[in-house]
Design a protein around this ligand. Structure first.
Ligand code: OSB
Ligand code: MG
Length: 374
C-alpha cells in the first residue's frame, strides 16, 4: 500500500461526566487521531494517551511530537502490506506505544478495507457479539455511586468495575455488596497501594470480587506476585503489561491470574494479539481495557474483543457514556443483554463523521516522507 498522507489531528471533546481515578480527574479529552490515506482508501487510528503523564509516561503532547517527528515520517517512507509490519518499521523508537498504536491500528483498518474483511475477521476474531462491562470512576458520595450502578445494571452491563483508592474501597464494597450480593464486581486501584497495605488488601477477599486490577506499582511484577500469594481474589495487571514478554513474566511469576489488554499500552494490534495468544496458551483469561476512547478507538477495541480468549467482559461500553456526540456513525450502542454486535462490513464497521471531526479539530499536521520533504 502506497502511503499518500498521514494526517495527525488533535480534537477537544468534553466528557459527559468527569471520570475520577486514584491518580486524577478527567473532564475534557484531548484526542489525537491519525488518518492515513492510501490509494483511495482512508484508515483511522486513535492515540489513547491521556492528557497528563499520570497513567503512563506517554501523554497527548509527547505522542503528538513523536508521531510528527519520528513515527509519521518513518511510516510515510514505507509501503506496508500488513499492519503487522509496523512494529519493525518503528523499532528504532523506544517505548511510545500509544503513539505507535495510533499508526499501526490505522494500517490494519486500511488492510481490512482493501481485503474486504471486517477488522474482526482480519484479526482472527471468533465472536459475533462481545459482553460489556463498565468502569465507574470514584464518585462524590456513596449514594451517587449506588445510583450510577443501578443505572448501568438497568442498561444491561454484565460487570461493574469500581475505581478505588485508600479511603474509597472496603466501605464502598460493603455497601455495594449488601445491595447487590450476586453481581459480577471488580475493582481497579491504578497503583494506589503499597505492599505495606497487604493486610488491608486481603480484606477485599470478603467481597467476592472477580479481580483486583493493578493494586501496586505501575512497573512491578515482583511485589504483585508476593501480594497474589496472600490473596484469594485474582490480581489483574493493566499498567505493568507492555508486551508479550511482560505477560510471560507476570504469568510465570504468578503476579496475576488475569490480564487487561489495552491496544495503546501494548503498541497496537500485533502486540495485542501476541499478548492474547501467550495468555491463552497458559490458561490466563484476558479482557479489553478502555482509555475513554472516541468511537474510532472504541471500534478497534470491539474488533480486538472478538478474539477467542477475551472471555471476560471488557471496559468497552456505549459511546453515550462518554460523549454527547461521538465522531462515528452509528455511535456504539449496547443491547439490553449487555452486548455489542461485532460489525461484519469491511474495515472498522463504523463510519467517521468527517464534518464533526473537522469542527472539533484544534490542530492538524500533514506528515510526508522525509526524503520528499528534503
Ligand atoms: O485503568 O482502566 C484504567 C481510564 C483511563 C485511564 C485508565 C483506566 C481507565 C478506565 C476507563 O478504567 C475505561 C473506559 O471506560 O474507557
Ligand atoms: Mg486499569
Amino acid at each position: 500500500m502506497r502511503i499518500d498522507a498521514v494526517i495527525l489531528r488533535e480534537l477537544h471533546m468534553p466528557l459527559v461526566r468527569p471520570f475520577e481515578t486514584s491518580f486524577g480527574v478527567t473532564r475534557n479529552r484531548r484526542v489525537l487521531l491519525a488518518e492515513i490515506q492510501s490509494e483511495g482508501l482512508t484508515g483511522w487510528g486513535e492515540c489513547t494517551a491521556s492528557e497528563q503523564p499520570y497513567f503512563s509516561a506517554e501523554w497527548t503532547d509527547s505522542a503528538w511530537m513523536v508521531i510528527l517527528q519520528e513515527l509519521g515520517p518513518m511510516l510515510a517512507e514505507t509501503s506496508p502490506e500488513h499492519g503487522g509490519e509496523c512494529p519493525g518499521t518503528f523499532r528504532r523508537v523506544r517505548g511510545n506505544h500509544m503513539a505507535k498504536a495510533a499508526l499501526e491500528d490505522a494500517i490494519w483498518d486500511l488492510e481490512a478495507q482493501r481485503e474486504g474483511f471486517s477488522l474482526s475477521q482480519l484479526l482472527g476474531g471468533v465472536r459475533e457479539v462481545i459482553p460489556c462491562g463498565v468502569s465507574l470512576g470514584i464518585q462524590p458520595s456513596i449514594p451517587e455511586l449506588m445510583a450510577t450502578i443501578e443505572r448501568e445494571l438497568a442498561a444491561g452491563y454484565r460487570r461493574i468495575k469500581l475505581k478505588c483508592k485508600p479511603g474509597w474501597d472496603v466501605e464502598v464494597f460493603e455497601q455495594v455488596r449488601n445491595r447487590w450480593p450476586n453481581i459480577t464486581l471488580s475493582c481497579d486501584a491504578n497503583s494506589a497501594y503499597r505492599l505495606r497495605d497487604a493486610d488491608h488488601l486481603t480484606s477485599f477477599d470478603a467481597y467476592n470480587l472477580l479481580m483486583i486490577e493493578q493494586p501496586l506499582w505501575h512497573n512491578d511484577f515482583y511485589y504483585h506476585s508476593m501480594l497474589q500469594k496472600r490473596l484469594n481474589t485474582p490480581i489483574c495487571l493493566d499498567e505493568s503489561i507492555h508486551n508479550r514478554r511482560d505477560a510471560l513474566a507476570a504469568i510465570e511469576m504468578e503476579s496475576c491470574r488475569i490480564i487487561n489488554i489495552k491496544l495503546g499500552r501494548v503498541g497496537g494490534f500485533s502486540e495485542a494479539i501476541a499478548v492474547h495468544n501467550a495468555a491463552q496458551e497458559r490458561g490466563i483469561p484476558v479482557w479489553c481495557g478502555g482509555m475513554l476512547e472516541t468511537g474510532i478507538g472504541r471500534s478497534h477495541n470491539i474488533a480486538l474483543s472478538s478474539l477467542e480468549n477475551f472471555t471476560l467482559p471488557g471496559d468497552v461500553s456505549a459511546s453515550a457514556r462518554y460523549f454527547k456526540d461521538d465522531i462515528v456513525e452509528p455511535e456504539v450502542t449496547v443491547s439490553s443483554a449487555g452486548e455489542i454486535a461485532i460489525p461484519d462490513t469491511p474495515g472498522r464497521g463504523y463510519e467517521v463523521r468527517a464534518d464533526l471531526i473537522e469542527r472539533l479539530t484544534v490542530r492538524k499536521e500533514t506528515i510526508r516522507a522525509r526524503e520528499l520533504v528534503a
